[in-house]
Design a protein around this ligand. Structure first.
Ligand code: TYM
Length: 346
């Protein structure tokens, strides 16, 4: 039996990268012989400073977005991470066995350190310039351990994630092995990533060498799932391309154009070759941008209308989250009981 877990942070609106890289897969993985757990990972969100009011609303909006993307509460447990206490409890157990060195190697951590020297997050800026990494928050460093707990508490066998999370999943697999070795058990099995094809690795519209990201200060770098068609068109028309003639797929020399072709391929569920065939009659990047923006708009239109409906009924979304947490809690409690036993904490 397949046990699927995945999570998304409730910080800002989900963007096209989240959708194509992960959420679209979440919906597809809801099959008869599978158990699926999908979580709005609020404990991960607070590894950076959050305004409580905004966070509360963002969690709700993200849950509505996930439902709009096809997460079906009849099949999946959809819940807030902080409502199932076992996530934090198991993270603590893992903290006590995971070497600090393993976390120091995480590239997301390393890039957060770099960013903290240069960018917007004032809290990080102040601390990091005065004391190096010493004042960066423990939670931010520990983030991947909590992520391992999220996955292993349900003994997930499959984890649908985008490319940028692969290293965190590797760490999760290592922690599972470490726990088994330490407790002389075979309690945890190693989960596998379900990663979309490379066409679904969506890059920033402004800088095609960086992934499309919620934390990019420029809103023009990303297409939010709930941007109006007019805005989507505007953003794509301003996307970075190049001075070369015609349209060709060449990620090395034409990263901007190639990202647009990838986006087109991903939203139309085509291979790059088939996408290029569709573009046979197009001669310049202006025409390409028009085709891409039409394809994006029509792909996400049904999701947008569903989202509007869900937002009109907040109590339904809250009810789904409550029931989802109750369902997840049963499995989480069973796991914690076994883990405590294996550790001599029973
Ligand atoms: P988050 O919230 O950053 O992103 C959610 C999912 O979207 C994928 N993604 C992308 N895919 C393609 N192109 C992009 N430009 C792009 N940007 C983001 C991410 O890979 C992710 O799958 N740490 C996780 C949340 C998490 C989690 C977990 C995931 C917490 N616990 C356990 C899986 C299992 C995160 O920050 O995702």
């Amino acid at each position: 039996q397949r046990i699927v877990f995945s999570g998304i942070q409730p910080t800002g609106s989900p963007h096209l990268g989240n959708f194509l890289g992960a959420l679209d897969n979440w919906a597809k993985l809801q099959q008869k012989d599978s158990v699926t757990y999908y979580s709005v990972v609020d404990l991960h969100a607070i590894t950076l400073p959050q305004d409580p009011k905004v966070l509360r609303q963002s969690k709700h909006d993200m849950a509505a977005a996930l439902l709009a993307c096809g997460v079906d509460p009849k099949q999946s447990a959809l819940f807030e991470q902080s409502k199932v206490r076992g996530h934090s409890e198991l993270a603590w157990i893992f903290n006590c066995i995971t070497p600090v060195g393993w976390l120091g190697r995480m590239t997301q951590w390393k890039s957060k350190i770099e960013k903290s020297h240069t960018s917007h997050a004032q809290a990080l800026l102040e601390t990091s310039t005065s004391a190096g990494t010493a004042s960066l928050k423990m939670g931010l460093f520990d983030y991947p351990v909590l992520q391992a707990a999220d996955i292993l508490i349900y003994k997930a066998t499959h984890v649908p994630i985008g490319d940028d999370q692969i290293q965190h999943l590797e760490l999760c697999r290592d922690i599972a092995t470490l726990f088994n070795n330490n407790t002389k058990s075979k309690y945890f099995t190693k989960p596998e990533a379900i990663s979309p094809p490379s066409t679904k690795r969506i890059m920033s519209l402004r800088d095609p060498s960086a992934k499309m990201s919620k934390s990019d200060p420029s809103d023009f770098s990303r297409i939010n799932l709930f941007d109006e068609p007019k805005v989507i068109q505007q953003k794509i028309s301003k996307a970075m391309t190049d001075g070369h003639k015609g349209i060709s797929f060449d990620t090395e020399n034409r990263p901007g154009v190639s990202n647009l072709i990838n986006i087109y391929a991903a939203v139309t569920n085509k291979s790059v070759d088939d996408a290029l065939k569709d573009m046979n009659g197009l001669h310049n990047s202006q025409q390409l941008k028009q085709a891409v923006s039409d394809a994006v708009i029509s792909r996400i239109h049904p999701i947008q209308s569903e989202y509007v409906k869900l937002q009109a009924d907040p109590s339904y979304v809250q009810q789904v989250l409550k029931e989802g947490a109750a369902k997840a809690q049963v499995t989480a409690d069973e796991t914690m009981e076994q883990v405590y036993k294996l550790m001599g904490l029973d």
